[in-house]
Design a protein around this ligand. Structure first.
Ligand code: ADE
Length: 266
């Protein structure tokens, strides 16, 4: 074979290799199924879920690990977002655009805003508001997100029903409440803070992520639900109750969600 022949063979080999790489990349995109995206803020809230899933692969985006796989027959992506609304918002958007989430679920613990709720009881979201969002000096209602006309974001009714059903089956010894969840970038640990939230927004419990995820889901037209088990009463005892009960409450929330995912089509 002369020099031209060798050059031609090398060129064909290079083109073929490039084509293979391209096909492999496209293939993984094309095969991506619709998934349920799951967000928990802390390791307590996520570890049991990861233990219960079959992990196909992990991917780090925005310095955050996404676990992609299955739970029962369900295709899922689970992420530990970290605490707070920005983290939850980033993770919700990535679940939707990078991991093909057709629904997003936020699981974890919360402080109760209503004295009827005991530690380890559940709240399932009817809607979610951002209690720390305040553009009232320029004419918006407290909690209203300017230019959206929205003050609260409504959870999906079908997901709510599935969630309540799972909780009553898995945790029959505690009560399940359906209502408003108030989110903000604050750990609520005084009666004054708690009263300020309830007098403005009502609400059954407070946490730090759900309404941010809810806003992202609303903007993407993706259904969501928030599941929270009570770890503390968001008052002067919260800083002691939270570390005492976070693990127990997280276990309950995770157990209900695992049951729900494993029995998704029933
Ligand atoms: N998550 C659990 N308890 C909380 C509280 N008291 N405030 C905010 N988020 C919480």
């Amino acid at each position: 074979m002369n020099n031209y022949g060798i050059l031609a063979v090398v060129a064909i080999a290079i083109i073929a290799t490039a084509a293979c790489v391209h096909v492999v990349e496209n293939h993984s995109d094309d095969a991506e199924p619709e998934r349920i995206g799951i967000i928990g803020a802390t390791s307590e809230e996520v570890t049991l879920l990861l233990d219960a899933m079959h992990i196909d692969y992990k991917e780090t985006v925005a310095d955050t690990m996404f676990y992609v796989g299955t739970m029962g027959e369900c295709d899922v992506t689970i992420v530990q977002s970290g605490m707070g609304k920005v983290n939850a918002g980033i993770c919700a958007q990535l679940l939707i655009t990078e991991f093909n989430a057709k629904a997003v679920i936020n699981t974890g613990v919360a402080g109760s805003l209503d004295n009827a709720l005991d530690i380890e009881d559940f709240v399932v979201s009817v809607d979610a508001v951002q209690h720390d969002f305040d553009a009232s000096p320029i004419g918006y209602a407290k909690g209203e997100i300017p230019f959206t006309g929205k003050y609260s974001f409504e959870a999906d009714e079908g997901l709510r029903a599935k969630t309540v059903d799972a909780i009553t089956k898995v945790c029959p010894d505690v009560s399940v409440y359906e209502g408003r969840i108030c989110s903000g970038d604050q750990f609520i640990s005084s009666s004054e803070q708690k009263d300020a939230i309830t007098s403005q927004f009502g609400g059954l419990c407070c946490e730090m992520e759900g309404a941010a995820m809810a806003q992202v889901c609303y903007l993407n037209d993706v259904p969501f639900v928030i599941i929270r088990a009570i770890s503390d009463k968001a008052d002067g005892s919260a800083h002691e109750d939270y570390p005492t009960f976070v693990e127990k409450a997280s276990k309950r929330s995770a157990a209900a969600l695992i049951y729900m995912l494993e029995n998704w089509d029933q």
